[in-house]
Design a protein around this ligand. Structure first.
Ligand SMILES: [Zn+2]
Length: 221
């Protein structure tokens, strides 16, 4: 999922300080992560339901690292495996850094720190709505520059597989809930354009059609 980025304020240039170099041993130990290509609407993989991940192998872990890197690079708050060309029940989410749209989190019925829960890896997620739907703005990294209000339940109960093969459950609300639902849709081949109301979709149709045509043209080459 993508959120609209705020324009950079004039004179607000970030001062970048040089990070100290990590010891070589640690560099070698780290898994290789890469920025992957994100596929756009019109690519058939976006309509495929993801295969369940039975076991978190080193390859799956490396894929997760690369997806986190790709999401960060694209300034997204969520990225599904379908969006990097793999139909799997796997998505990554990170809502840190979005300050104008709050998220809530409950673990075992108790409020919990959202930032400490990030990044969130959705492996074989099960998502159940808790309450009534609310409208909120959404974008998608596979639909560059296309944004729309989408109606979704405000809170959801979620169960996922952890990296060590166990399960964990949580309840989330606000932006995090929206991101979880958007990514969970991807894992089932559902896209946010499927959830737009008729008027919004009609309004955005020219842009959506152009994007689809451009993607199909690129695929033919
Ligand atoms: Zn998306």
């Amino acid at each position: 999922m993508a959120t609209k980025r705020k324009p950079v304020k004039a004179g607000g240039r970030k001062v970048v300080t040089r990070k100290s170099r990590k010891p070589l041993k640690r560099q070698l130990k780290r898994r290789k992560k890469m920025v992957l290509d994100i596929v756009n609407f019109g690519h058939p993989v976006l309509r495929q339901k993801g295969a369940k991940i039975e076991k978190v192998t080193p390859e799956v872990k490396q894929l997760i690292d690369s997806m986190l890197e790709t999401m960060k690079h694209a300034h997204g708050v969520g990225l599904a495996a379908q969006q990097i060309g793999q139909a799997l029940q796997l998505a990554v989410i990170d809502v840190r850094g979005i300050e104008d749209r709050p998220s809530t989190l409950h673990l075992d019925g108790e409020p919990a720190d959202v930032a400490a829960f990030m990044p969130l890896i959705l492996l074989n997620p099960e998502v159940k709505p808790v309450n009534a739907a609310v409208k909120g703005p959404e974008g998608c990294l596979s639909f560059p520059e296309i944004y729309a209000d989408i109606e979704r339940p405000e809170s959801v109960d979620v169960t996922v597989m952890t990296l060590d093969g166990k399960t964990k459950s949580f309840r989330c609300g606000g932006l995090l809930s929206r991101a979880v639902q958007h990514e969970n849709d991807h894992l089932n081949g559902i896209l946010f354009i499927d959830r737009m109301d008729r008027n919004t979709k009609a309004e955005l149709k020219p842009e959506i059609d152009d994007l689809q045509a451009a993607t199909k043209k690129k695929l033919k080459k």
